[in-house]
Design a protein around this ligand. Structure first.
Ligand SMILES: [Zn+2]
Ligand SMILES: [Zn+2]
Length: 141
């Protein structure tokens, strides 16, 4: 029968160095018990691995991106008043789904503005097409 008044037992945690004494849960100290449970549950949460399809898209993207930025009309950042060299692609409709590889939603962008778009929501709103298309913009994939 379950007895909630049971006091934790002290003893040697199976993962601790020999000779240490801790309150044990299922043979482990609270620290190692947590690690143990995390491992049992499939380990620490990993950043979602890219699917096979995603990996293929990444390879396509790498190539398309270079071709895109090599085009004569895409040499400069598309942001008004910015004349920096475009080193990156700005996904004006987000990076999700087919937009990821859809060059019609891409704009050439300098490194500075690429960062600015992530942290400056006003600028982002001005240039993102998500409002027009009515599609929700999702940066994380
Ligand atoms: Zn331990
Ligand atoms: Zn720029």
């Amino acid at each position: 029968m379950y007895n909630s008044t049971i006091k934790p037992k002290k003893g040697q945690c199976v993962d601790c160095p020999e000779g240490s004494e801790n309150f044990l849960t299922a043979g482990r100290c609270s620290y190692h018990y947590k690690i143990h449970r995390a491992n049992v549950n499939g380990g620490p949460k990993k950043i979602a691995k890219r699917s096979k399809k995603g990996q293929k898209e990444d390879r396509q993207y790498t190539i398309k991106r270079l071709q895109f930025l090599a085009q004569p009309g895409n040499q400069r950042c598309f942001v008004e008043g910015c004349n920096n060299r475009a080193d990156t692609v700005e996904h004006t409709a987000g990076r999700w789904g087919s937009n990821y590889l859809d060059e019609s939603t891409w704009k050439p962008c300098c490194n500075y503005h690429n960062l600015e778009f992530e942290r400056n929501s006003e600028l982002s709103e001005k240039y993102q097409v998500s409002k027009i298309s009515g599609k929700q913009k999702i940066i994380k994939r």
